[in-house]
Design a protein around this ligand. Structure first.
Ligand code: SAH
Length: 353
């Protein structure tokens, strides 16, 4: 039975389905989920992420975290963690670059939060030199100094959508019409948790709510406050998202999110306001465009050094990768980053308070 058929029979039995439930099933269903059944990243997959574009991304992130580790007195041992590590490329590039910082890799315990067993296998292979350990939820992070990165993780967390109706809301739900999945609206209900969105919306506006996002940041912030550490979060999104940002991508092209459950990547824009509000008692940096951050860390100098060893098509693709990561019309502006450090600690390199 396909995931579509499974979902349709469930809707027939139980009524319309919430979007967060649909999204979780499409991405992580043990048998049919998008991340559980394939490796979606890279030129052969459906989309390409910053660490898969160039090794420079992971190298600079690794050095920024290693600098923060030095700034905080090189706590030993410490956790070097990643949320949603994909193919393990970012972590591998970080560790290779940061091995130049004396003591860093020896003191690091590599912890990966990954829901997909298929991707865990791939990560085990790309990181076999470092004996990583996997955790199922953020609370399982060890009680010690924690230096963490997340790239395109929060955009994969399931969201709900609500349409404003007076001072109440109607939830966007998924129903079944013959053999097709279709969107509809649930009954008008009060939603006390959305009270602050009555300030910036009008009747008929659609807003999104990602319940899982803020608790992850809060837990992380508590760890970093208690034991030291830092976090870097990269994603695309806005400050207070407004409107429908759910998108599905299949074979590098947009598709209807209800069209092929389990076969397309589903993401939604990250609401940076929600994440930043969860950071205290730690100190957040400003939300900074990815291009600005990478330039401040010296990506151009690194690109020039690497270019000296390249020629022909390899050189062309290296130049294109540099541009893709940093140029305002490519990923440079669309992707944003913020950092988290304990109160009073120096902010991460490339970011400002
Ligand atoms: N960071 C990688 C991959 C981004 S794709 C890169 O930049 O290339 C999203 C990643 O998060 C995948 O590894 C996916 O399996 C994982 N993921 C998605 N939802 C998750 C969840 N709820 N819990 C843990 N991991 C999740």
């Amino acid at each position: 039975m396909s995931l579509r058929d499974l979902l349709i029979s469930q809707i027939r039995a139980q009524g319309p389905m919430r979007l967060d439930y649909y999204m979780a099933a499409c991405l992580l269903h043990p048998e049919h989920g998008y991340y559980t059944t394939r490796t979606p990243f890279g030129t052969a997959g459906d989309f390409i992420t910053a660490p898969e574009i160039s090794q420079m991304f992971g190298e600079l992130v690794g050095l920024a975290l290693a600098q923060a580790w030095l700034d905080q007195g090189a706590p030993t041992p410490f956790t070097l963690a990643e949320l949603g590590p994909g193919r393990g490329t970012l972590m591998a590039d970080m560790l290779r670059a940061a091995s130049r910082v004396r003591g860093f890799t020896d003191a690091a315990e590599i912890i990966l939060l990954e829901a997909s067993t298929a991707l865990r296998d791939i990560q085990a292979d790309s990181l076999k030199a470092y004996s990583p350990r996997w955790i199922d939820n953020i609370e399982a992070l060890p009680e010690q100094a924690t230096f963490l990165v997340a790239n395109e993780f929060f955009d994969a967390l399931p969201i709900r959508q609500f349409v404003r109706d007076g001072s109440r809301w109607r939830e966007r739900q998924i129903g079944a019409q013959e053999d097709a999945l279709v969107f509809g609206l649930g009954p008008t209900q009060p939603q006390p948790a959305l009270a602050q969105r009555l300030e910036d919306t009008k009747d008929g506006d659609l807003i999104e709510d990602c319940a899982a996002a803020a608790p992850i940041i809060s837990t992380l912030s508590a760890r970093i406050t208690a034991h030291g550490g830092a976090a870097l979060v990269f994603d695309y999104g806005d400050w207070r998202t407004l409107g429908d940002t759910l998108q599905a991508v299949q074979n590098h092209a947009p598709t209807d999110p209800l069209n092929s459950p389990g076969h397309a990547d589903l993401t939604a824009h990250v609401d940076f306001e929600v994440l930043l509000r969860a950071v205290p008692p730690c100190t957040p940096s400003r939300v900074t465009p990815q291009g600005v951050f990478l330039e401040r860390l010296g990506i151009t100098a690194r690109a020039q050094t690497l270019a000296q060893t390249l020629s022909g098509a390899a050189l062309d693709s290296h130049i294109a990768a540099h541009r893709r990561l940093t140029h305002p019309q490519e990923m440079g502006n669309l992707f944003k980053i913020f950092g988290i450090v304990p109160q009073g600690a120096p902010m991460l390199s490339g970011l400002e308070i």
